[in-house]
Design a protein. Structure first.
Lengths: 299, 775
């Protein structure tokens, strides 16, 4: 079985216990204004263009049927609106200026890559983390990867926004040791406005996972100007207080890398603000910690 | 400090030691010294070293040398600083040069010292005369031999091209770890007695002379220790504070107790360790936590504060004199149990408290090790230190036993020395290091019909053809391998000549009586006197050759993306006008250090071909040459002298650092890099192969994250890794430190085997470190 993967990142030590390999699956049902992995939003293959790496050889011009690449006086330009996602330019580019996001990979290939660090998982209690995009957006594929990882005896984690069908998340839960579950916005209307979707499914899935006894870490991106307010901090604490299997709250301070990636992917920037300083994040942590006994940490 | 094994708690000096340490730091600041270490100058206008050679003209060279060493020490006025517990300062300059280099004849530059200037002509003539009588022992002997082998009619000095580009040989540093166990159990007198016994009935003149030279050294050491006692007594006489007076008097008594006899307690043991170490040019002290522990164990029960003060004082003395490498932890050879003890942890804690670059420390890790030892190491890295280095017992011990015939008990007792080399302490002369060999240059010759691209006038390698002449990849490999065999033979034979020169110079008279078997054999340490006598060949350029051969195999022979002619032209032009080809070579072929099976296998093949070839040759000391890869800035030096390579590297760019990937080529995370290194034939690299790892400081910021780093290194060491040294640094700090060195005087990083202040590096070295970090 094959799916669309946009990155496999080894020696990840911030997304679950121990030393881990993160596998990033493409496609997401939400469209958060601040998304830090915009290359994971679309489920279609995409190219990223880094102008600083371009040597102006023009090879991409020759392979681009829709004529999105142009070379004038040795200067290369790319019209993203013409891109059909064939990835030919990324395949041919000698300099790595064009990179592809969204390779078709089989479950076996992924597991083989993940298991290269098996010895490290054994020592550290680590394993695989599925991330994205929304990893469960490619539901069946994600479940197959998790199942294969459990067969290898390694720890599994899923970083999810929760906006998936109950069936998929229930099927996944059978092979998941830890859910890193996003809680982004407090209030249905605001949630719709900022992420493009209702919160209802997300909250009911969270409730279900808790009742199934799944271990959960609540992950809360804090975006200055969007959700850095007391109402939301109370909202976070309320969720954590409500569900007994949420063992920890992670504060994820906003950084601007998502926007610089958007530029390289030819996507419009939807929201701009400053990167949060560590001291600011720690202040948020301390406020939320006043409202709940669940440990709050900056991640 | 209640628990030495804690990462939470920190060691604190007693008020007395706190003051001694502060005074030491003040002194240190004002001194211009080797590696920031204070060395005493000989008294103005005196030339004790030369005087002996004049006075004793008729005597054999080794006797004159021994007397000259002793005289230099005896005329150096001892000093005891306020509050000190241990005595021993300063050291004279000349015997140190004698000790580390090929012999006094190479030290003509000392004649430029203002103290000697008005006697220049006389002393210059004397230096020539000071050569050992029975051999014209100069480095020119090697050069003469090279001229015969590589000179041509048109250019007799063509061998100089190999000297600057391909290798350096025969001029080693000479690090070994003497036998401190013998020093602790027999004392100076015990060894002296064995020398006298050995002399009885010996008829061979050369051996009689050598043994007598050892005798002179031992007696000189005894006399010098008594001078140190006098110095402490004088200090006591002048002291008005009763407590300090008693302390100095005790120090004097302590010295007298060990001038000839074996130490009876920890105070004596630590003082004797330091005295001998000072005479040993502050070379590596081996498994210091092991041979001192029996004494420490008793001392800590009797008077914990004093035992700590003595340990702190010893570490401070080691710092003051820049001791190279102390090895702690590991296993106890007799029982196979974890060797880490309270002293192991106390020494690490004191180094941590000092946040110092010296003494450099290494921990030996195995499956039985107390996990708190590696945890403490990671804690120290997270606090911005680069020590300790970590070494793998499970990789190193079997390699010694299986490939180099070392007795299991001796193998279990291995220690680090020099920068990152390995040896059996007190029993070996591993020729640290016999030479350095640049594999990337051999590839350059092989792709260019035997010529260096810098020197098209002289063919130095075999006429195997150019890149355009090879029909298959295997043809290219065979040509490369043929050149490796060709140069390895020359290399080992030329190293032998260097060793002969050293043996004749008797440059190890202090180490010799304290190295097992030397007295029994009646041979000098450099003359094959030790039990184990392997050679040690530092290897440069392995990752560049592996990356280059893989790129040729894949892009030229298999995928035919680049033609052989184009590659030849691109290399010849140093990629000027061939940027596209260079980018393809950089980006379309895997690079060593990313856990890629194809290129990692190539790296294995490259190292195996060279190191197994080295193993076919025996040094004149009696045993095989072993591989090593712990270059200081050698990767930069040889990079400077290696033309553009088919991995996309331009002329002059650095080669890989030590056993790791070329800077910036590892893009797959720490575990992938460690996996790549763990696959190499490190069992042939018992000379020591260091993996430099840079860890972003934000990955060390919490206990949980630090535990992951502990786990990562435990896994590496248990799965074929040998040595690793760590730089934890923030990239922004490094860049800022380059711009504003004044703001970062204490930023310590690792380069090769050295912990060094970043601001003390040359600009290209700083860039290399930054590029390594940026990966």
């Amino acid at each position: 079985m094959q799916g669309t993967v946009f990155n496999i990142q080894r020696f990840s030590i911030h997304d679950g216990p121990g030393i881990r390999t993160n596998v990033f699956l493409k496609g997401c049902p939400l469209n958060c204004l601040w998304c830090h992995n915009p290359e994971g939003l679309s489920n279609k293959p995409q190219v990223k263009y880094s102008p600083l790496k371009c040597i102006g050889c023009g090879d991409c011009v020759k392979v681009c049927e829709p004529k999105g690449h142009q070379l004038r006086d040795g200067v290369h330009t790319l019209d993203f609106s013409k891109c059909i996602g064939c990835l030919e330019c990324a395949r041919i580019c000698p300099a790595g200026a064009m990179e592809s996001y969204g390779e078709a990979k089989s479950v076996e290939d992924i597991i083989a890559e993940v298991m290269r660090d098996a010895a490290y998982y054994k020592t550290s209690g680590g394993g695989l983390t599925l991330s994205g995009g929304e990893p469960l957006y490619q539901g069946e594929f994600a479940v197959e990867i998790l199942k294969a990882a459990k067969e290898k005896g390694i720890h599994t984690a899923v970083e999810t926004c929760g906006m998936v069908s109950e069936d998929v998340i229930r099927a996944a839960a059978e092979y998941v040791d830890l859910f890193l579950y996003d809680y982004k916005i407090t209030g249905e209307e605001k949630h719709k406005e900022m992420t493009g979707a209702s919160q209802k499914q997300i909250l009911s899935n969270l409730s279900m996972l808790d009742s199934m006894g799944c271990e959960i870490i609540l992950r809360c991106p804090i975006i200055p100007g969007i959700n850095d307010d007391d109402n939301h901090y109370h909202g976070i604490a309320d969720i954590a207080n409500k569900y007994k299997n949420i063992k920890e709250i992670n504060i994820m301070p906003y950084h601007t890398l998502g926007n610089s990636k958007r530029e390289k992917l030819g996507m419009d920037i939807k929201y701009e603000t400053h990167s949060m300083k560590m001291t600011e994040a720690e202040a948020v942590r301390d406020i939320i910690q006043q409202y709940t006994s669940t440990p709050v940490r900056v991640s | 400090m209640i628990d030495y094994r804690s990462t939470e708690e920190k060691f604190e000096y007693s008020p007395l030691m706190e003051k001694v340490y502060a005074d030491f730091l003040k002194r240190k600041k004002n001194n211009r010294t080797r590696e920031g270490v204070e060395t005493g100058n000989e008294p103005d206008g005196k030339t004790p070293f030369f005087d002996v050679f004049i006075e004793c003209r008729g005597e054999p060279y080794p006797i004159k040398l021994a007397k000259a060493i002793v005289r230099s020490w005896l005329v150096t006025e001892p000093t005891m600083h306020d509050g000190e517990v241990l005595v021993g300062f300063p050291r004279p300059t000349r015997p140190i040069h004698e000790h580390f280099h090929i012999g006094i004849v190479r030290e003509r530059h000392i004649l430029k010292d203002p103290a000697y200037i008005d006697r220049f002509d006389e002393l210059n003539a004397l230096m020539t005369e000071m050569r050992p009588e029975f051999h014209p022992a100069e480095v020119t002997v090697i050069e003469g031999e090279m001229e015969k082998r590589f000179g041509t009619k048109e250019n007799p000095k063509a061998y100089e091209y190999t000297w600057s580009e391909l290798w350096s040989l025969g001029g080693y540093q000479g690090h070994t770890v003497p036998n401190y166990d013998i020093l602790m159990t027999q004392g100076i007198g015990g060894v002296h007695k064995r020398v006298l016994e050995r002399l009885e009935g010996e008829t061979e003149e050369k051996k009689i002379i050598m043994l007598n030279a050892c005798r002179i050294i031992l007696e000189g050491l005894r006399d010098w220790i008594l001078l140190q006692a006098e110095c402490a007594d004088k200090k006591a006489d002048k002291e008005s504070d009763e407590k300090l007076k008693a302390q100095y008097r005790r120090a004097a008594e302590n010295c007298r107790g060990i001038a000839f006899d074996a130490p009876a307690n920890y105070y004596q043991a630590a003082q004797l360790t330091f005295f001998y170490n000072l005479w040993d040019a502050n070379d590596c002290t081996g498994r210091t936590d092991q041979y001192l522990y029996p004494f420490f164990k008793e001392a800590i029960k009797e008077d914990k504060q004093f035992a700590e003060d003595v340990t702190a004082s010893l570490m401070m003395k080691f710092y003051e004199h820049g001791v190279h490498n102390i090895t702690v932890g590991g296993i106890i050879p007799e029982t196979g149990e974890d060797a880490a003890n309270d002293l192991t942890f106390l020494m690490l804690q004191i180094l941590r408290r000092n946040h110092a670059t010296h003494p450099r420390m290494s921990i030996r890790v195995n499956e039985k090790s107390d996990p708190r030892m590696l945890a403490l190491a990671v804690q120290m890295w997270s606090e911005g230190m680069s020590d300790p280095t970590v070494a793998s017992d499970s990789t190193i011990i079997p390699a010694f036993i299986n490939n180099y015939g070392v007795e299991p008990k001796d193998a279990m007792n291995y220690s680090l020395l020099g920068c990152q080399e390995l040896e059996i302490p007190g029993k070996s002369n591993f020729g640290c290091e016999d030479g350095v060999f640049n594999l990337a240059k051999v590839l350059e010759y092989t792709l260019n019909d035997g010529y260096s691209r810098f020197h098209p006038d002289v063919r130095l390698a075999l006429p195997t053809g150019k890149i355009t002449d090879y029909e298959t990849f295997e043809e290219l490999w065979e040509a490369y391998d043929k050149n490796i065999k060709f140069f390895t033979k020359h290399f080992c034979e030329l190293c032998d000549i260097g060793q002969q020169v050293r043996a004749i110079n008797y440059a190890k008279l202090v180490k010799t009586p304290f190295t097992e078997a030397c007295i029994e054999k009646g041979l000098n340490l450099d003359d094959g006197g030790a039990v184990y006598n392997y050679g040690c060949v530092e290897t440069a350029g392995a990752s560049v050759v592996a990356d280059s051969l893989t790129a040729i195999k894949k892009l030229v022979f298999e995928e035919k993306l680049i033609s052989k002619e184009t590659l030849d032209a691109a290399l010849s032009a140093n990629f000027e006008g061939y940027e596209k080809e260079r980018q393809l070579l950089l980006n379309r072929s895997p690079k060593f250090g990313n856990d890629d099976p194809e290129v990692d296998e190539m790296a294995h093949r490259v190292l195996h071909s060279f190191w197994s070839e080295c193993k076919k040759y025996k040094s004149i000391r009696g045993q095989e040459y072993s591989g090593a890869c712990s270059l200081l800035s050698g990767g930069i030096y040889y990079g400077d002298h290696t033309w553009a390579t088919p991995d996309g590297r331009k002329t002059g760019e650095p080669l890989g650092n030590s056993i790791g990937p070329r800077p910036g080529m590892d893009k797959n995370g720490v575990t992938a890099m460690l996996n790549s290194v763990g696959k190499l034939p490190l069992d042939l690299g018992v000379g020591g192969t260091t993996c430099n790892v840079t860890i972003p400081s934000n990955l060390l910021s919490t206990p949980e994250l630090r535990q992951n780093i502990v786990d990562a290194f435990n896994t590496f060491l248990a799965n074929g890794g040998q040595l690793a040294q760590i730089t934890a640094a923030n990239i922004d700090d490094l860049i800022d430190a380059k711009e504003h060195p004044e703001n970062h005087p204490d930023l310590i990083i690792r380069i090769g085997g050295f912990s060094i202040k970043f601001v003390e590096l040359a600009e290209d070295e700083q860039d290399e470190v930054i590029s390594r970090y940026s990966a």
